[in-house]
Design a protein around this ligand. Structure first.
Ligand SMILES: [Zn+2]
Length: 445
């Protein structure tokens, strides 16, 4: 039995149904679960002092391409729109292999952990030179984050009218076979699972209609979730209208890509009918505000989605289009972006933080995460509000308005992955040095 007592938390943003915010309480973590909450709990294991900390659920990231941390700020892609940006990066990604996938995932996961993230999904959709989903999963297991890996894919190369080069696409039969392999090898459907696997063709413009349909059938047969990019920008919608004769939302519905076991990244250009469809079918959305700003894609109608009842979480998206992977900063960006579009009362600091925690957990089908409550998994982020970022704040729990951008302590399944602002589970300077070496080699090619 392992126990940790978080003692005397200044404020706990529980994200429970009543949005309660108790102060001055202890939280007991036992065997991966929140075992008790209250004043003056007895300590029988390790004690973490939280007098200066605001405690939140561990943040949940619903969209990422971890491998892209190796191609941040690539000069040719710095100022391009989505399709031009992809065409710049595809040839570089084609030179990746297992070591690049593993190391870039370590860097991306460490960056997320330092920003308070305890659960992340990853969308890996290219497998050059022997790379496998297993490489990213190994990185997550090593650092100790809860991980929803998705087996992405691309099957329509340039010679067939698609966007990616032929060297980065796979045969559809091989894609489906490997989806089955990784689900059987890694997917854990049980409560408290550290690893789950989803099925995730990259986007409607890089796979066939057949593969979209087959992927949905396979995912339902296996009881796993579905994920892809949808309605990211105006070009994306124009492609859908020209090639499929319908909007992205309609295309998704026709192929079985709606429901509580599906979440789509971006959805910047959903129209009111599509929002209604997503709300009725409980189809989730991964909102990626920094990426949408960075690529000039537009402002997703998140306030309207929430109003309609669409499940919405946040995603940092791949580091090549952000280029950071800081989830607490992403939550602040979500708040700012809705206010640009809708006014200062469009989204409160607490509502944006809710998207980053419970909202994301719901999108990923994790009803055991995303709240600080007895019986939930022991995934907690502790934010030190005695530091300069909060100095003078009248409401330190309004973290996104004035608060730290790095977590002080992070617990995942009761295990301390960040202690005093440092990752405990890997030697970060060594990992960063290896990543920079790999980036240099790729750039010299
Ligand atoms: Zn993406």
């Amino acid at each position: 039995m392992t126990e940790t007592l978080i003692r005397n938390a200044r404020t706990v943003l529980t994200m429970d149904d009543d949005a309660t915010e108790p102060g001055g309480i202890d939280i007991l973590l036992r065997d991966g679960v929140i075992a008790a909450m209250g004043e003056g709990l007895p300590a029988t294991g390790e004690v973490v002092e939280a007098r200066h900390c605001v405690v939140t659920p561990g943040l949940v990231n619903t969209h990422h391409h971890l491998y892209q941390t190796l191609t941040r700020a690539v000069p040719g892609g710095q100022d391009a729109l989505l399709f031009g940006w992809l065409k710049t990066l595809y040839p570089i990604w084609a030179r990746f292999g297992p070591e690049e996938i593993y190391t870039s995932a370590q860097v991306g996961l460490a960056e997320l952990a330092l920003s308070g993230c305890s659960l992340t999904s990853d969308h890996l959709y290219l497998y050059p030179n022997g790379a496998r989903l297993d490489d990213a999963i190994a990185a997550a297991e090593d650092i100790g984050l809860r991980f929803h890996a998705t087996r992405g894919s691309m099957s329509i190369g340039a010679s067939n009218g698609g966007l990616p080069p032929d060297s980065l696409v796979e045969r559809e039969e091989a894609i489906l076979t490997d989806c089955i392999r990784v689900i059987d090898a890694f997917h854990d459907p049980s409560e408290g699972a550290m690893i789950r696997v989803g099925v995730a063709p990259c986007s409607p413009f890089s796979v066939s209609r057949d593969l979209m349909r087959e992927a949905a059938l396979l995912a339902r047969d296996k009881g796993v979730m579905l994920h892809t990019h949808l309605a990211e920008n105006a070009e994306d919608v124009a492609y859908s209208l020209a090639n499929f004769g319908c909007t992205p939302g309609q295309y998704a519905e026709d192929l079985g890509w709606t429901g509580p076991d599906v979440w789509h990244a971006h959805c910047v250009k959903l129209d009111p009918q599509e929002i209604d469809l997503f709300a009725r079918s409980r189809t989730g959305v991964a909102h990626c505000p920094c990426s949408n700003c960075r690529l000039g894609s537009g402002i997703a109608p998140v306030a309207a989605m929430l109003e309609a009842g669409v499940p919405v979480g946040l995603g940092v998206d791949g580091s090549a289009s952000n280029d950071m992977g800081n989830l607490i900063a992403e939550a602040r960006q979500a708040l700012l972006l809705q206010r640009v579009a809708q006014g200062a009362d469009a989204m409160s600091a607490r509502a944006a933080l809710r998207l980053a925690t419970r909202g994301g957990a719901e999108v990923l089908g994790r009803h055991d995460c995303g709240q600080v409550a007895v019986g939930m998994r022991a995934d907690l982020a502790l934010w030190d509000v005695s530091s300069i970022e909060s100095a003078g704040s009248w409401d330190p729990a309004a973290l996104l308005l004035a608060g730290p951008q790095k977590v002080r302590h992070l617990f995942v399944e009761g295990r301390q992955v960040v202690r005093d602002g440092q990752i405990t589970t890997l030697d970060l300077p060594t990992v960063v040095a290896r990543q920079n070496r790999l980036a240099r080699t790729l750039s010299e090619f």
